[in-house]
Write a new protein. Structure first.
Length: 259
């Protein structure tokens, strides 16, 4: 990963935003995918715009995108694209969705962008660099105990019964009256900026979490799976993000309660 890759990733986010903005709170086509999740004309337009640039400028790089699948590369580098993470929020006119762009080298995320094109907010995380929001460094906040922690997740409907029970075991030990549902990738951006303490989710795919890792870690936070293992290209989609790394073991212990 080089400074040129960071510049390219920003251009990819620019192109995605240009494709998305005309559709926001406007008219567009949409349909249900095989898993019943929605996909819109804006999702496909944004991913098409990103892929066009990568194909032209980095033809040996692989691509994995939510809408158009995988293109195998030969460089050992793969771009991971979620053109609109939070499509339901997009369709509801809520500007808390985001475009996620990540670069993996040897299956490890080294660069990530969370771009909210309506609010003109862009978080950029890259190995060896501090995470920035619109060019200014951001920092996660300290959290002395779980009882003080603000916990967020995309929603209870995304957990299985088993995972949901474990999540609620954790929630009971946090400042649960401040718990937040909804937000998708935007929760991780807010954690990186010091506004949320913990995000926990399950069932995520690589395009949902790859870009988040450099953003959170570059701001001083930490991410892992529910067993405490580092996240990478083969992780199973159980995701924990903490702003204060000192709370990670507390979160993992709470999630491990037996049922």
């Amino acid at each position: 990963m080089t400074p040129a890759d960071i510049l390219l990733a920003n251009r990819l986010a620019d192109a995605a935003g240009q494709a998305i903005r005309p559709f926001f709170r406007s008219t567009y086509t949409h349909e249900a995918k095989a898993d019943a999740s929605p996909v819109t004309e804006a999702d496909r337009a944004a991913e098409t715009a990103i892929r066009r640039i990568i194909d032209a400028e980095c033809p040996r790089d692989g691509i994995i995108g939510e809408e158009f699948g995988e293109k195998t590369g030969s460089s050992g580098r793969t771009w991971i694209i979620d053109p609109i993470d939070g499509t339901i929020s997009f369709m509801a006119g809520r500007p808390i969705f985001g475009t996620l762009i990540a670069l993996l080298e040897d299956n490890w995320p080294v660069l990530g962008i969370i771009d909210q094109c309506i609010n003109s907010e862009r978080w950029v995380g890259a190995a060896g660099y501090p995470t920035t929001l619109n060019g200014a460094p951001v920092q996660t906040r300290s959290c002395r105990t779980l009882t003080q922690a603000t916990l967020a997740s995309s929603g209870p409907q995304y957990f299985s019964q088993h995972d949901g029970d474990h999540f609620m075991d954790l929630a009971a030990q946090t400042a649960h009256k401040k718990m937040l549902f909804g937000g998708d990738c935007y929760n991780y951006a807010l954690l990186a900026s010091g506004h949320i303490d913990i995000v926990v989710e399950a069932g995520l795919k690589l395009h949902d979490f790859a870009a988040l890792i450099p953003v959170v870690t570059g701001a001083g936070g930490m991410m892992s799976d529910w067993a405490g293992e580092p996240l990478h290209g083969a992780s199973d989609g159980h995701v924990v993000a903490v702003g204060d790394p000192a709370r990670l073991e507390d979160v993992l212990e709470a999630l491990a309660c037996q049922h």
